[in-house]
Design a protein around this ligand. Structure first.
Ligand code: FAD
Length: 480
């Protein structure tokens, strides 16, 4: 049995090492080992933070992980538009110094000015005037490029090992079931089973989230699930677009709105390389045949963008992805949870992807993990789940609130949701002609600032004034 191998009734020396490793220090404990299951964005972000605390971190994924920036089977969403919000970008800058500069040097487009972004959420094209007061750059690597570059940097860390083609099939617990002491993995090539001893196991296996079942096997309750059924279909295609045909714009995002539960994201990835993703809620799904796909875009995107789409050279066939529901697992509400185990990323919360929050939410969870580890290992799961729940709360409320603003999405709409949707509707109306309001709104939707900044008296004043002006203009037009 190798040093890596855990047994359900682990020897005394293992148990005492694992309980002491749950001790008070945030610095690396000699011999401590963490196993992260899932090496996608969630697992990679968690592993980066854990590498500062654990002597060794082993990342496990069932896929073959490519050496270059390629799509892969376990991340089918990588073939669709993926934007990392400024909150996620800020975290990347902190944890992987130089990564963003390398992206830019390799030709990844960076949005720095309002004129470069056509952003029309909820039927309102937000102001493209002025300059950003706090520069909030948005980097636009493709999803495989982002994941590939982060994975590459993690592989360079001397205490991180990435093992692919290995499927996590279960947890190993101490004989009293109160602590997880390892994970069982099966190699895909030869079916060989290996038990990895660990002081901490992190489940980052995505929205399928294995932990719910594993908890039941260990005699624990499963977390309560909050769910909003959205029945969204994505259809995407890569295109070659003549440089300059979209003016200064590097990204075009048109969100769904009441009466038109469809949207589009058109993202520049290279000088002439763009990805078009079309989305539709239940009953309004985009088709995958090339001409139907183009027709679907026509009423959504601005006319000049449609012209550019018609003239563009397709680089592949349209490809589809279904997303049934946003799911949030309330681990922070469980009364009992084994030590030595955490859940991370989409396995905690999978957001409706149209708001582009998932990877940035994983970055926010990584911040929560860093803080929780800094306070030592005592009651780590309870402290981490509570901190992570607090950090992703705004993202969840914004995504659910925006979905419920669409009459096409079923679900209860309590008074606070109706009030906040009414306020956001008016704010976005006013922001069409108010660059300062647009910037405040973008800070909140980028998860850089809490929504309370929108309740400052000066901001509310601008919202009221903007709507009065708008109404005045509409009445004047009617009288003409
Ligand atoms: C269509 C779509 C579009 C999206 N667009 C955006 C966007 O624009 N911006 C954004 O921020 N987010 C977006 N997201 C969300 C984003 O992709 C996720 O939030 C992000 O990938 C983090 O997820 P994760 O690492 O927790 O899980 P995943 O990305 O799902 O990865 C899970 C990993 O676990 C591995 N795995 C699964 N089971 C096992 C097992 N038993 N053993 C070993 N390995 C296993 C898989 O191979 C995979 O590598 C989108 C999602 C979808 C579906």
């Amino acid at each position: 049995m190798s040093d890596d191998t855990a047994r359900p009734d682990a020897p005394e020396e293992y148990r005492s090492r694992s309980s002491s490793s749950s001790g008070e220090s945030a610095s690396r404990e000699p011999g401590s080992h963490c196993v992260v299951l899932g090496a996608s964005i969630g697992g990679l972000f968690a592993a980066r933070v854990l590498s500062d605390t654990f002597d060794r971190v082993t990342l496990i994924d069932r896929d073959t992980l490519p050496e270059t920036d390629e799509n892969r089977r376990g991340v089918p969403q990588g073939r669709h538009a993926h934007a990392i919000l400024p909150a996620g970008t800020k975290w990347l800058q902190e944890m992987f110094p130089g990564l963003l500069e390398d992206f830019e040097a390799s030709g990844v487009p960076v949005v720095r000015e309002p004129t470069e972004m056509h952003f029309a959420p909820g039927g309102h094209l937000l102001s493209q005037e002025g300059r950003y007061a706090d520069p909030i750059p948005t980097y636009q690597p493709s999803r495989p490029q982002l994941e590939g570059q982060v994975r590459c940097r993690l592989r360079e860390l001397p205490n991180v090992e990435v093992i692919d083609r290995s499927e996590a099939t279960g947890l190993i617990s101490a004989s009293d079931g109160r602590r997880v002491i390892g994970a069982r993995v099966v190699h895909r090539d030869n079916g060989a089973q290996r038990d990895l001893a660990a002081d901490l196991v992190v489940d980052a296996t995505g929205r399928g989230g294995r932990t719910t079942r594993w908890l039941a096997d260990l005699g624990y309750d499963q977390p309560q699930e909050d769910r909003v059924a959205v029945d969204i279909k994505y259809v995407s295609r890569n295109l070659r677009v003549a440089p300059g045909s979209l003016g200064r714009r590097k990204v075009v995002i048109v969100g769904a709105c009441p009466g038109r539960p469809t949207g589009a994201t058109f993202l520049q990835h290279g000088e002439d390389h763009w990805m078009l993703t079309l989305i539709g809620y239940g009953g309004h799904h985009p088709p995958t045949d090339p001409s139907g796909f183009l027709d679907f875009a026509k009423p959504i995107v601005p006319p000049d963008v449609f012209e550019a789409l018609c003239a563009a050279e397709p680089l592949d066939d349209p490809i589809a992805h279904r997303y049934p529901a946003s799911v949030r697992r309330r681990y922070e509400r469980l009364e009992r949870f084994p030590d030595g185990l955490l859940v991370f990323g989409d396995a905690i919360c999978s957001f409706n992807p149209v708001y582009g929050q998932g990877m940035s939410a994983a970055a926010l969870q990584a911040g929560a993990l860093k803080d929780a580890l800094a306070e030592g290992g005592d009651q780590l799961p309870r402290r981490f789940f509570k901190a992570a729940a607090r950090r992703i709360e705004v993202a969840w409320q914004m995504a659910v609130g925006s979905d419920l603003a669409l009459p096409e999405v079923a679900g209860p709409r309590p008074l606070p949701v109706r009030l906040s949707n009414a306020f956001f509707g008016r704010l976005m109306s006013a922001a069409e002609h108010d660059s300062a309001l647009t910037q405040e709104f973008v800070k909140v939707s980028s998860l850089l600032a809490p929504p309370t900044i929108l309740l400052k008296p000066a901001t509310i004043g601008r919202v009221v004034l903007g709507n009065l002006r708008r109404r005045g203009k509409a009445e004047a037009r009617q009288q003409m």
